[in-house]
Design a protein around this ligand. Sequence first.
Ligand code: GAL
Length: 381
Amino acid sequence: MRMTKKAAAVALASMMALSLAGCSSGTEETTAAETTTAAETEATEATEAETTAEEAAEEAATTAAEALGDVDLSDKRVGISIYQFNDNFMTLYREELVRYLTEDLGFAAENVVVQDGKGDQAEQTNQIQNFITQQYDVLILNLVQASSAPDITDMCHEAGIPVVYINREPDAAEEERWASEGIAATYVGCDARQSGTFQGEEILETENKGDINGDGVVSYIMIQGDPENVDAQYRTEYSVKALTDAGMEVNELLIQRGDWDQAKAQQIAQDALTQFGDQIEVVFCNNDAMALGALQAIEAAGRTVNEDIYLVGVDALTEAVQNVIDGKQTGTVFNDHFSQAQTAGDIAVQMLAGETVDAVNMVDYTKVTQENAQEILDMLN
Ligand code: GAL
Protein backbone atom coordinates (compact mmCIF):
# COMPACT_ATOMS: atom_id res chain seq x y z
CA MET A 1 0.00 0.00 0.00
CA ARG A 2 2.57 2.54 -1.03
CA MET A 3 1.75 6.06 -2.09
CA THR A 4 1.89 6.95 -5.75
CA LYS A 5 4.01 9.97 -6.69
CA LYS A 6 0.83 11.97 -7.11
CA ALA A 7 -0.41 10.93 -3.71
CA ALA A 8 2.90 11.92 -2.21
CA ALA A 9 2.79 15.32 -3.91
CA VAL A 10 -0.73 15.96 -2.69
CA ALA A 11 0.14 14.71 0.78
CA LEU A 12 3.07 17.10 0.92
CA ALA A 13 0.93 19.96 -0.28
CA SER A 14 -1.82 19.21 2.21
CA MET A 15 0.81 18.96 4.92
CA MET A 16 1.80 22.53 4.12
CA ALA A 17 -1.82 23.60 3.99
CA LEU A 18 -2.62 21.82 7.25
CA SER A 19 0.25 23.41 9.09
CA LEU A 20 -0.85 26.79 7.79
CA ALA A 21 -4.39 26.09 8.97
CA GLY A 22 -2.96 24.98 12.32
CA CYS A 23 -1.15 28.29 12.71
CA SER A 24 -4.15 30.55 12.20
CA SER A 25 -5.40 31.74 15.56
CA GLY A 26 -8.90 30.89 16.65
CA THR A 27 -9.28 28.02 14.19
CA GLU A 28 -9.88 24.81 16.05
CA GLU A 29 -10.90 22.64 13.19
CA THR A 30 -9.88 22.22 9.61
CA THR A 31 -11.91 20.54 6.95
CA ALA A 32 -10.23 18.65 4.21
CA ALA A 33 -12.01 21.02 1.79
CA GLU A 34 -10.09 23.99 3.15
CA THR A 35 -6.85 22.15 2.85
CA THR A 36 -7.35 20.50 -0.48
CA THR A 37 -7.86 23.77 -2.36
CA ALA A 38 -4.39 24.82 -1.34
CA ALA A 39 -3.22 21.27 -1.72
CA GLU A 40 -4.48 21.05 -5.25
CA THR A 41 -2.85 24.31 -6.23
CA GLU A 42 0.42 23.19 -4.72
CA ALA A 43 0.14 19.79 -6.30
CA THR A 44 -0.87 20.89 -9.80
CA GLU A 45 2.62 21.50 -11.05
CA ALA A 46 3.93 18.31 -9.59
CA THR A 47 1.16 16.21 -11.06
CA GLU A 48 0.45 17.71 -14.48
CA ALA A 49 3.06 15.61 -16.20
CA GLU A 50 2.13 12.50 -14.29
CA THR A 51 -0.81 11.09 -16.16
CA THR A 52 0.36 7.56 -15.48
CA ALA A 53 0.62 8.15 -11.75
CA GLU A 54 -2.85 9.70 -11.81
CA GLU A 55 -4.29 6.71 -13.64
CA ALA A 56 -2.67 4.43 -11.09
CA ALA A 57 -4.26 6.43 -8.25
CA GLU A 58 -7.69 6.19 -9.89
CA GLU A 59 -7.21 2.47 -10.32
CA ALA A 60 -6.29 2.12 -6.65
CA ALA A 61 -9.40 4.06 -5.68
CA THR A 62 -11.61 1.84 -7.83
CA THR A 63 -10.07 -1.28 -6.33
CA ALA A 64 -10.63 0.07 -2.81
CA ALA A 65 -14.25 0.90 -3.65
CA GLU A 66 -14.88 -2.55 -5.10
CA ALA A 67 -13.32 -4.26 -2.12
CA LEU A 68 -15.45 -2.23 0.24
CA GLY A 69 -18.80 -2.80 -1.42
CA ASP A 70 -21.40 -0.33 -2.57
CA VAL A 71 -21.58 2.12 0.31
CA ASP A 72 -22.27 5.64 -0.92
CA LEU A 73 -19.70 7.68 0.95
CA SER A 74 -20.33 11.03 -0.69
CA ASP A 75 -22.64 12.26 2.09
CA LYS A 76 -21.05 10.38 4.99
CA ARG A 77 -19.30 12.48 7.62
CA VAL A 78 -16.09 11.43 9.37
CA GLY A 79 -15.05 13.09 12.62
CA ILE A 80 -11.36 12.80 13.44
CA SER A 81 -9.63 13.97 16.59
CA ILE A 82 -5.85 13.85 16.93
CA TYR A 83 -4.39 13.93 20.46
CA GLN A 84 -2.22 16.91 19.52
CA PHE A 85 -1.40 18.50 16.14
CA ASN A 86 2.02 19.46 17.48
CA ASP A 87 3.54 15.96 17.03
CA ASN A 88 5.80 15.12 14.06
CA PHE A 89 4.65 11.55 13.57
CA MET A 90 0.94 12.18 14.09
CA THR A 91 1.14 15.03 11.57
CA LEU A 92 2.34 12.60 8.88
CA TYR A 93 -0.36 10.15 9.93
CA ARG A 94 -3.12 12.79 9.89
CA GLU A 95 -2.18 13.99 6.42
CA GLU A 96 -2.18 10.50 4.99
CA LEU A 97 -5.51 9.74 6.67
CA VAL A 98 -7.22 12.79 5.16
CA ARG A 99 -5.62 12.14 1.77
CA TYR A 100 -6.73 8.51 1.73
CA LEU A 101 -10.30 9.20 2.91
CA THR A 102 -10.90 11.93 0.35
CA GLU A 103 -8.81 10.90 -2.64
CA ASP A 104 -8.87 7.13 -2.57
CA LEU A 105 -12.07 6.31 -0.70
CA GLY A 106 -14.20 9.15 -2.07
CA PHE A 107 -15.42 10.96 1.05
CA ALA A 108 -16.30 14.57 0.25
CA ALA A 109 -13.55 16.86 1.49
CA GLU A 110 -15.98 19.01 3.47
CA ASN A 111 -17.26 15.91 5.27
CA VAL A 112 -13.89 15.02 6.74
CA VAL A 113 -13.35 17.18 9.81
CA VAL A 114 -10.15 17.02 11.85
CA GLN A 115 -9.89 18.42 15.38
CA ASP A 116 -6.81 19.16 17.47
CA GLY A 117 -7.13 17.60 20.94
CA LYS A 118 -4.29 19.90 22.09
CA GLY A 119 -3.08 17.30 24.57
CA ASP A 120 -6.13 17.98 26.75
CA GLN A 121 -8.55 15.10 27.35
CA ALA A 122 -11.39 17.33 28.59
CA GLU A 123 -11.15 19.44 25.46
CA GLN A 124 -11.00 16.37 23.23
CA THR A 125 -14.00 14.79 24.97
CA ASN A 126 -15.93 18.00 24.19
CA GLN A 127 -14.95 17.76 20.54
CA ILE A 128 -16.16 14.16 20.43
CA GLN A 129 -19.42 15.15 22.12
CA ASN A 130 -19.93 17.77 19.40
CA PHE A 131 -19.33 15.17 16.67
CA ILE A 132 -21.97 13.01 18.36
CA THR A 133 -24.49 15.87 18.70
CA GLN A 134 -24.00 16.67 15.03
CA GLN A 135 -24.61 13.00 14.20
CA TYR A 136 -21.37 12.23 12.44
CA ASP A 137 -21.44 8.80 10.77
CA VAL A 138 -18.10 7.44 11.99
CA LEU A 139 -15.34 8.70 14.29
CA ILE A 140 -11.59 8.08 14.02
CA LEU A 141 -9.99 8.93 17.36
CA ASN A 142 -6.42 9.31 18.56
CA LEU A 143 -7.17 9.74 22.26
CA VAL A 144 -5.19 12.07 24.50
CA GLN A 145 -5.50 9.43 27.24
CA ALA A 146 -6.15 5.88 26.14
CA SER A 147 -7.67 5.29 29.59
CA SER A 148 -10.71 7.37 28.57
CA ALA A 149 -11.65 4.81 25.91
CA PRO A 150 -14.36 3.06 28.01
CA ASP A 151 -16.32 6.30 28.60
CA ILE A 152 -15.90 7.54 25.05
CA THR A 153 -16.81 4.17 23.59
CA ASP A 154 -20.03 4.18 25.64
CA MET A 155 -20.91 7.69 24.44
CA CYS A 156 -20.45 6.65 20.81
CA HIS A 157 -22.22 3.31 21.26
CA GLU A 158 -25.29 4.93 22.82
CA ALA A 159 -25.46 7.29 19.84
CA GLY A 160 -25.04 4.38 17.40
CA ILE A 161 -21.80 5.80 15.95
CA PRO A 162 -18.95 3.38 15.16
CA VAL A 163 -15.50 4.38 16.37
CA VAL A 164 -12.01 3.53 15.12
CA TYR A 165 -9.28 4.21 17.69
CA ILE A 166 -5.82 4.85 16.29
CA ASN A 167 -2.25 5.10 17.62
CA ARG A 168 -2.95 5.05 21.38
CA GLU A 169 -4.18 1.63 22.29
CA PRO A 170 -6.95 1.16 24.85
CA ASP A 171 -6.25 -1.65 27.31
CA ALA A 172 -6.97 -5.29 26.54
CA ALA A 173 -10.03 -5.51 28.84
CA GLU A 174 -11.67 -2.64 26.94
CA GLU A 175 -10.91 -4.23 23.57
CA GLU A 176 -12.38 -7.54 24.75
CA ARG A 177 -15.54 -5.75 25.91
CA TRP A 178 -16.17 -4.45 22.36
CA ALA A 179 -16.28 -7.99 21.04
CA SER A 180 -18.22 -9.51 23.95
CA GLU A 181 -20.83 -6.73 24.08
CA GLY A 182 -21.11 -6.34 20.31
CA ILE A 183 -19.93 -2.72 20.37
CA ALA A 184 -18.90 -1.16 17.05
CA ALA A 185 -15.41 -0.10 18.18
CA THR A 186 -11.99 -1.15 17.00
CA TYR A 187 -8.29 -0.31 17.29
CA VAL A 188 -5.75 0.14 14.48
CA GLY A 189 -2.09 0.39 15.45
CA CYS A 190 1.22 -1.39 15.81
CA ASP A 191 2.48 -3.69 18.52
CA ALA A 192 5.02 -1.46 20.26
CA ARG A 193 6.82 -4.51 21.69
CA GLN A 194 8.05 -5.16 18.16
CA SER A 195 9.54 -1.67 17.78
CA GLY A 196 11.28 -1.91 21.16
CA THR A 197 12.75 -5.28 20.26
CA PHE A 198 14.00 -3.90 16.93
CA GLN A 199 15.75 -1.04 18.76
CA GLY A 200 17.52 -3.51 21.05
CA GLU A 201 18.51 -5.65 18.07
CA GLU A 202 20.02 -2.63 16.33
CA ILE A 203 22.31 -2.17 19.33
CA LEU A 204 23.15 -5.90 19.36
CA GLU A 205 24.08 -5.67 15.66
CA THR A 206 26.85 -3.13 16.35
CA GLU A 207 30.45 -4.41 16.49
CA ASN A 208 30.56 -4.42 20.31
CA LYS A 209 26.85 -5.04 20.99
CA GLY A 210 26.60 -1.66 22.68
CA ASP A 211 29.44 -2.30 25.12
CA ILE A 212 31.74 0.37 23.73
CA ASN A 213 34.16 0.50 26.67
CA GLY A 214 34.35 -3.30 26.94
CA ASP A 215 33.51 -3.50 30.66
CA GLY A 216 30.91 -6.21 30.05
CA VAL A 217 27.94 -3.91 30.73
CA VAL A 218 25.86 -1.78 28.37
CA SER A 219 25.25 1.53 30.15
CA TYR A 220 22.37 3.51 28.72
CA ILE A 221 19.96 6.36 29.20
CA MET A 222 16.29 5.98 28.24
CA ILE A 223 14.35 9.00 26.97
CA GLN A 224 10.69 8.09 27.15
CA GLY A 225 7.58 9.34 25.39
CA ASP A 226 4.47 10.01 27.45
CA PRO A 227 4.56 7.15 29.98
CA GLU A 228 0.73 6.90 30.01
CA ASN A 229 1.10 5.68 26.45
CA VAL A 230 1.61 1.96 25.84
CA ASP A 231 4.03 2.73 22.99
CA ALA A 232 6.36 4.40 25.50
CA GLN A 233 5.96 1.61 28.06
CA TYR A 234 6.62 -1.24 25.64
CA ARG A 235 9.46 0.41 23.72
CA THR A 236 11.20 1.14 27.01
CA GLU A 237 10.78 -2.41 28.26
CA TYR A 238 11.43 -4.37 25.07
CA SER A 239 14.47 -2.45 23.81
CA VAL A 240 16.33 -3.39 26.99
CA LYS A 241 14.79 -6.87 27.08
CA ALA A 242 16.31 -7.61 23.66
CA LEU A 243 19.74 -6.94 25.16
CA THR A 244 19.23 -8.99 28.32
CA ASP A 245 17.60 -11.83 26.34
CA ALA A 246 20.80 -11.94 24.30
CA GLY A 247 22.79 -12.34 27.52
CA MET A 248 24.04 -8.75 27.82
CA GLU A 249 24.32 -7.08 31.20
CA VAL A 250 22.78 -3.62 31.31
CA ASN A 251 23.01 -0.58 33.53
CA GLU A 252 20.30 2.09 33.39
CA LEU A 253 21.96 5.40 34.22
CA LEU A 254 18.80 7.45 33.72
CA ILE A 255 15.20 7.12 32.59
CA GLN A 256 13.23 10.30 31.99
CA ARG A 257 10.10 11.34 30.13
CA GLY A 258 10.56 13.56 27.10
CA ASP A 259 6.89 13.38 26.01
CA TRP A 260 7.81 12.57 22.36
CA ASP A 261 9.27 16.08 22.12
CA GLN A 262 12.55 17.07 20.46
CA ALA A 263 13.36 20.08 22.67
CA LYS A 264 12.65 18.20 25.90
CA ALA A 265 14.85 15.31 24.78
CA GLN A 266 17.67 17.64 23.87
CA GLN A 267 17.64 19.07 27.40
CA ILE A 268 17.47 15.62 29.00
CA ALA A 269 20.39 14.33 26.89
CA GLN A 270 22.42 17.47 27.53
CA ASP A 271 22.01 17.15 31.31
CA ALA A 272 22.72 13.40 31.21
CA LEU A 273 25.88 13.90 29.14
CA THR A 274 27.07 16.47 31.66
CA GLN A 275 26.30 14.17 34.59
CA PHE A 276 27.45 10.81 33.20
CA GLY A 277 29.85 11.74 30.39
CA ASP A 278 31.64 8.77 28.82
CA GLN A 279 29.71 6.28 30.92
CA ILE A 280 26.81 6.63 28.47
CA GLU A 281 27.20 4.07 25.69
CA VAL A 282 23.65 3.97 24.37
CA VAL A 283 20.88 6.56 24.12
CA PHE A 284 17.50 4.89 23.66
CA CYS A 285 14.75 7.27 22.53
CA ASN A 286 11.15 6.11 22.30
CA ASN A 287 10.77 8.08 19.04
CA ASP A 288 12.78 9.90 16.37
CA ALA A 289 11.76 13.44 17.30
CA MET A 290 13.51 12.83 20.64
CA ALA A 291 16.46 11.14 18.90
CA LEU A 292 16.90 14.31 16.82
CA GLY A 293 17.01 16.32 20.06
CA ALA A 294 19.43 13.87 21.67
CA LEU A 295 21.70 14.09 18.61
CA GLN A 296 21.94 17.88 18.99
CA ALA A 297 23.09 17.37 22.60
CA ILE A 298 25.47 14.54 21.63
CA GLU A 299 27.15 16.67 18.96
CA ALA A 300 27.32 19.69 21.27
CA ALA A 301 29.09 17.50 23.85
CA GLY A 302 31.69 16.52 21.25
CA ARG A 303 30.61 12.89 21.11
CA THR A 304 30.39 10.89 17.86
CA VAL A 305 27.53 8.52 17.12
CA ASN A 306 28.55 5.00 16.11
CA GLU A 307 32.06 5.65 17.46
CA ASP A 308 31.78 6.52 21.13
CA ILE A 309 27.99 6.43 21.61
CA TYR A 310 24.96 4.74 19.99
CA LEU A 311 21.59 6.36 19.34
CA VAL A 312 18.30 4.74 18.32
CA GLY A 313 14.75 6.01 17.77
CA VAL A 314 11.42 4.94 16.27
CA ASP A 315 9.14 6.34 13.49
CA ALA A 316 11.53 6.78 10.53
CA LEU A 317 11.05 10.52 10.19
CA THR A 318 12.90 11.47 7.00
CA GLU A 319 15.46 13.54 8.91
CA ALA A 320 16.24 10.59 11.19
CA VAL A 321 16.52 8.16 8.26
CA GLN A 322 18.93 10.58 6.59
CA ASN A 323 20.91 10.62 9.85
CA VAL A 324 21.06 6.82 9.77
CA ILE A 325 22.46 7.01 6.22
CA ASP A 326 24.98 9.63 7.34
CA GLY A 327 26.00 7.56 10.39
CA LYS A 328 24.63 10.11 12.86
CA GLN A 329 21.93 7.81 14.23
CA THR A 330 22.53 4.09 14.73
CA GLY A 331 19.06 3.01 13.67
CA THR A 332 15.35 3.70 13.71
CA VAL A 333 12.15 1.72 13.16
CA PHE A 334 9.58 2.57 10.48
CA ASN A 335 6.21 3.24 12.12
CA ASP A 336 4.15 2.72 8.98
CA HIS A 337 1.72 5.66 8.97
CA PHE A 338 0.64 4.88 5.40
CA SER A 339 -0.62 1.40 6.23
CA GLN A 340 -2.06 2.48 9.58
CA ALA A 341 -3.99 5.39 8.06
CA GLN A 342 -5.23 3.32 5.14
CA THR A 343 -6.29 0.44 7.39
CA ALA A 344 -8.15 2.89 9.64
CA GLY A 345 -9.93 4.34 6.58
CA ASP A 346 -10.84 0.94 5.15
CA ILE A 347 -12.17 -0.26 8.50
CA ALA A 348 -14.22 2.92 8.95
CA VAL A 349 -15.89 2.13 5.62
CA GLN A 350 -16.53 -1.47 6.61
CA MET A 351 -18.19 -0.25 9.79
CA LEU A 352 -20.31 2.21 7.81
CA ALA A 353 -21.39 -0.77 5.70
CA GLY A 354 -22.52 -2.45 8.93
CA GLU A 355 -19.85 -5.12 8.87
CA THR A 356 -18.44 -6.59 12.08
CA VAL A 357 -14.71 -5.97 12.27
CA ASP A 358 -11.92 -7.37 14.45
CA ALA A 359 -11.35 -5.53 17.74
CA VAL A 360 -7.61 -5.18 17.11
CA ASN A 361 -5.87 -4.58 13.78
CA MET A 362 -2.08 -4.50 13.83
CA VAL A 363 0.37 -3.25 11.20
CA ASP A 364 4.04 -4.35 11.22
CA TYR A 365 7.03 -2.16 12.03
CA THR A 366 10.19 -2.33 9.88
CA LYS A 367 13.72 -2.16 11.23
CA VAL A 368 15.79 0.65 9.63
CA THR A 369 19.60 0.41 9.67
CA GLN A 370 22.33 1.65 7.35
CA GLU A 371 21.65 -1.38 5.13
CA ASN A 372 18.10 -0.41 4.10
CA ALA A 373 17.87 3.26 5.12
CA GLN A 374 18.23 4.60 1.57
CA GLU A 375 15.48 2.29 0.36
CA ILE A 376 13.19 3.47 3.17
CA LEU A 377 13.99 7.11 2.44
CA ASP A 378 13.19 6.66 -1.26
CA MET A 379 9.86 5.10 -0.30
CA LEU A 380 9.07 7.96 2.12
CA ASN A 381 9.91 10.51 -0.55
C1 GAL B 1 3.97 6.92 18.63
C2 GAL B 1 5.02 7.65 17.82
C3 GAL B 1 5.42 8.93 18.54
C4 GAL B 1 4.20 9.75 18.88
C5 GAL B 1 3.16 8.91 19.60
C6 GAL B 1 1.90 9.69 19.86
O1 GAL B 1 3.56 5.76 17.96
O2 GAL B 1 6.14 6.83 17.69
O3 GAL B 1 6.32 9.67 17.75
O4 GAL B 1 3.65 10.24 17.68
O5 GAL B 1 2.86 7.76 18.83
O6 GAL B 1 0.96 8.90 20.54
